[in-house]
Design a protein around this ligand. Sequence first.
Ligand code: FES
Length: 56
Amino acid sequence: MSCNRVICPCQGIEIEDIKKAVDAGAETVDDVMEATGAGTICGACIDEIAEVLEEL
Ligand code: FES
């Protein structure tokens, strides 16, 4: 999986950004949403955020 794949086009959040949030202590989709802003506009990427979390 490429680290610069965009997960949330609304906010321009890439896998790398989600990894950084996890490194900083995010554990759940809600944590990642709060830390990065991903998923907070249209919500279409929320399932993908969950998938990325499972794969990390
Ligand atoms: S794609 Fe992530 S909030 Fe729209």
